[in-house]
Design a protein around this ligand. Structure first.
Ligand SMILES: [Zn+2]
Ligand SMILES: [Zn+2]
Length: 164
């Protein structure tokens, strides 16, 4: 994943987390551990990027008090790698909570992961504690602009990646 990040340093002018900022001025320094996430929200955004990059080590390192089994690691790696991460929407954020919706396509289906996450400062670093996953589903209209921000209509963009 470092190799992937290294390429991205030159290529990415928009952060994966859809903040609208450059990757180098948003989540990249946090992912590279060159900068400490200044808030629970900043950590959450960087963790979303880690899913986009398939950086399971970063996800584990930023999870509080939990060692993943090989099986869990494999499951998360598989989910991260085989999903097309379309968009991150921050619904709400507080001092130590972030409610978000992550839109992605997995196994040719459109998904949204809606979660209210809890974070905690451990040794001056924000860590993900756990989250409450909310029931949610999403249907996009074919003529709507695609959620991924490509500027294309859904039917000409991510819709092509799903089974109908
Ligand atoms: Zn970002
Ligand atoms: Zn799209």
């Amino acid at each position: 994943m470092i190799a992937k990040l290294a390429e991205e340093r030159v290529n990415m002018d928009r952060c994966y987390c859809k903040s609208g900022l450059k990757f180098s001025e948003c989540c990249e320094p946090i992912l590279r551990v060159e900068q400490i996430a200044p808030s629970a929200l900043a950590l959450m955004r960087s963790r979303y990027c880690a899913y986009c990059l398939g950086d399971v080590n970063y996800l584990q390192a930023t999870t509080h008090d939990h060692t993943w089994t090989d099986e869990e690691l494999k499951f998360i790696q598989d989910w991260a790698d085989n999903s097309f991460w379309q968009h991150l929407e921050i619904v709400n954020s507080g001092y130590d909570t972030v409610e978000f919706k992550a839109y992605y396509i997995f196994e040719k289906k459109q998904h949204v992961h809606h979660e209210k996450s809890l974070f905690k400062i451990v040794n001056d670093m924000w860590k993900y504690v756990d989250g409450e996953v909310m029931e949610d589903k999403v249907t996009f209209l074919r003529n709507e602009p695609c959620i991924c921000g490509s500027g294309l209509k859904y039917k000409r963009c991510c819709f092509k990646k799903i089974e109908n």
